[in-house]
Design a protein around this ligand. Sequence first.
Ligand code: NAD
Length: 501
Amino acid sequence: MPIQPAQHFIDGEYTEGALGKRFETINPTTGEVITTVAEGFAEDIERAVEAAYRAFHEGPWQTMTTKERAAVMNRIADGLVAHGDELAYLETIDTGLPISQARGQAARAAENFRFFARKAEEMTGETYPVDGAFLNYTLRRPVGVAGLITPWNTPLMLATWKIAPCLATGNTAVLKPAEWSPLTATKLAQILHEAGVPKGVFNVVHGFGETAGAALVRHPLVNLISFTGETTTGEEIMRNGASTLKRFSMELGGKSPILVFADADLDRALDAAVFGLFSLNGERCTASSRLFVERSIQAEFEERLAARVANIRVGNPLDPETEVGPLIHRQHFERVQDYIRLGTEEGATCAVGGPSPANQVGNIVRPTLFTKVDNQMRIAQEEIFGPVLVTIPFDTEEEAIRLANDIRYGLAAYVWTNDLTRAHRVSAQIQSGMVWINSQNVRDLRTPFGGSKYSGIGREGGHYSFEFYTELKTIHVALGHHPIPKFGMNPPTEGGNNHGR
Ligand code: NAD
């Protein structure tokens, strides 16, 4: 299927960039150019932000009833379902995500809109009656123009995770998608437009982080930035947004532990360990990339793990049977290759996988398992963001917690044990924004999502998204005649005033 060149979407129309430049998006399976993409710069961001600002202040979006907005949001969800196959196909050829998983992500994108449409209708405030003298209450109002900056892993789903609560609460938005995965964001603009989103409410500007992204962050008319990406990029964005006092939500990197105790259901723990790291090609922020296993079961568990990892179906991501596809980009592929070589240099044992053959076409990385890993090794501490799992043994519960916490990140954690009290004890002590007990990464959209430490700031999901995308306003209403001090009622003094007394 030929893919049209991708354009920006500004003020309700697809458009070329102001400077007329384009960049290529590459198929990670073949290394061939899929199409070209309009490259945005500060001039394009300016146009998009102005359109979003006008739409916020003058357009009907903010003044519509919540029900009317929810109806549009539900039509967007319908559009996402109707175009689900095309979206999954675009995501797969653009990112290498296996098609069966891309279909799941497209369905989840639709659910994001339905969920936040419902949730916005349930939005309430608080009242503070003050002894019959006052009635104070809170209102949630939209903040204004949101800058949404997204990464290349599951780009469609992650964009909708931001767009849905942002629009449901009456804000307008400029999306800057990742430069390695522009296709589904381009299609999304059409779906939103056809669902009845008024012009200027949703805009897309393609381009690179240092140019288009940075211009969005620095723009004085942008009130809030929701960012998902690498920790170091998040730091840079906060520096750049400081002088215009942006509100930030930061969903950043991770290196999440999975703790397997000897008393766990080891069959299910094994399934979860393999899926938790190797799904989404290992390019998953909440990937369970550090496996801590109790020493008494280590040998047996690692042996079974190795057999499963060696058996993962790797290949063409358009094949519905494929479990792991190619990594997004040659540059990222090389980075992951470097980590695989580093693991061996650091003294770990490469039990399965290893470096890909030289001159291989496409960005397939062999699913790789390192054993005999020390927690201080770089492969145990740094986010690899690919299909590379490390295992580390522990002897006691205390040691497991200490090792799991001995890292800069704190996004997710997974605990496998059938000891009820230990499960809760350990979960409470692990430093992470989220913990799953005896579970793979199953999300309930009502729950807060986000990380601690270097994995992020703030939470999105459920009503927590509204805390970010709305301004909380307090209204104070006097119900009677409370005392008001009468300044300026004293008789005038000599010289006409009493300054200095
Ligand atoms: P990245 O930080 O390189 O890029 C993310 C986005 O930021 C891109 O759109 C990029 O163009 C833009 N950007 C880069 N520099 C910028 C700047 N100076 N100003 C403004 N924008 C800028 O991340 P990536 O490589 O695309 O994504 C992978 C990372 O995302 C991993 O670290 C992963 O853990 C993280 N991630 C986190 C979550 C989460 O919810 N915590 C979810 C998914 C991915």
